[in-house]
Design a protein around this ligand. Structure first.
Ligand SMILES: Cc1cc2nc3c(=O)[nH]c(=O)nc-3n(C[C@H](O)[C@H](O)[C@H](O)COP(=O)(O)O)c2cc1C
Ligand SMILES: Nc1ncnc2c1ncn2[C@@H]1O[C@H](COP(=O)(O)OP(=O)(O)O)[C@@H](O)[C@H]1O
Length: 310
């Protein structure tokens, strides 16, 4: 697993305003907080710092937990860096780190390493060993260590009505439109194109089979979707099937995309597909011939949808 430098490696010359969180998805609710962070930093002549953790705390603390995340750490990094912040600190979440007391964490990480002058944080944020300190404790520490705490209230969070949990639920139900609206961008997955059973080309629907890099990446519910990709700088569209391919006796889950009006070798290439729309559930058809007819219908549907978008 990729290693990131710890917070102590960051030596800010200036004092900072810090916000802390997992930020899975970097959705429109997160963006509102990040905008506030960046604006506060400018106004108060501070550096803006986001402190996030990797791996996800639940992956470390609960063994064998089957957690799926909206973003890989690479995606999360890119999304966060695009918000205009000064420093992104991806602190390694280890057992040792989880055992720091609230005082040690505040003193060593927030104050000494990140030079926090202000901390912008949700009303329900908890921290320190066993998560036993809360925002009131943080305000008390602020008196000792001379930083201010700016609380994001329950009402402010409720008004946005977006959460990573809601987005994961929408993706698990195939509700791409809701997920994309909450994210503020199109949900995507990426990976290397690998060999499949080579049946696709025999029915005139070759499909690029994606191998995910991270087992923690959330994959939308099994079914057929309209997707968009960029290959060698060119924007192309496709129809993606997620599932076990029961019609051809498959048992393993695959993610395969037939790109429209495209005919190139993709084996070994890294590609990303962004999900635009759900078409239908995966089905077991009586023959490969019927499967082919159904895929033709999916293709027609996708083309009409894409034309309709202009
Ligand atoms: C748009 C699309 C829809 C598909 N829908 C189904 C389906 O409903 N049921 C199914 O068993 N397989 C479905 N497939 C998967 C095909 O079974 C699979 O692409 C074919 O077996 C080729 O596999 P290969 O890449 O291993 O050669 C679909 C594939 C595409 C591209
Ligand atoms: N329009 C296209 N969409 C997807 N893959 C294509 C397309 N045209 C050519 N290919 C190539 O064909 C391969 C898929 O062919 P297929 O017969 O389904 O084999 P496999 O079972 O190995 O995926 C892709 O990995 C890619 O290299």
């Amino acid at each position: 697993m990729k290693k990131y430098p710890s917070a102590s490696a960051y030596k800010n010359s200036r004092q900072s305003v810090v916000t802390i969180g997992t930020f899975d998805g970097v959705h429109i609710g997160h963006k509102a907080i990040l905008k506030r962070l960046v604006e506060t930093a400018k106004k108060e002549n501070l550096d803006s710092v986001v402190l996030t953790f990797f791996p996800h705390p639940r992956m470390v603390l609960q063994q064998n937990v089957d957690i799926k995340l909206i973003n890989t750490i690479e995606e999360r990094t890119e999304l966060l860096e695009n918000t205009g912040l000064d420093h992104l600190v991806i602190h390694p979440f280890t057992h040792a780190f989880s055992r720091l007391t609230a005082l040690e964490y505040v003193r060593d990480i927030l104050v000494n390493s990140l030079k926090a002058k202000k901390i912008i944080i949700g009303y329900d944020h908890r921290f320190g060993r066993n998560r036993n300190a809360d925002i009131e404790d943080l305000k008390e520490f602020g008196k000792t260590y001379n930083f201010e705490v700016e609380e994001i209230s329950a009402k402010e969070i409720d008004d946005v009505a977006v959460s990573s949990t809601k987005i994961r639920k929408a993706l698990n139900e195939g509700d791409i439109e809701t997920a994309n609206n909450y994210l503020g961008y199109n949900f995507m997955i990426s990976g290397e194109v690998v060999k499949g059973k080579a049946i696709g080309r025999t029915i005139n629907y070759p499909t690029a089979n994606l191998k995910l890099k991270e087992k923690y990446k959330l994959v939308p519910k099994n079914g057929v979707y309209i997707v968009q990709s960029t290959i060698e700088g060119e924007k192309i569209f496709g129809i993606t099937s997620i599932g076990t391919n029961p019609t051809v006796g498959g048992t393993e889950k695959t993610i395969e995309t037939h790109f429209l009006n495209f005919n190139k070798d993709l084996y070994g290439k890294e590609i990303a597909i962004a999900f635009l729309k759900y078409i239908r559930d995966e089905e077991t058809f009586d023959s490969v011939e019927i499967l082919k007819q159904e895929i033709e219908k999916d293709e027609t549907f996708a083309k009409q949808f894409l034309e309709g978008r202009g």
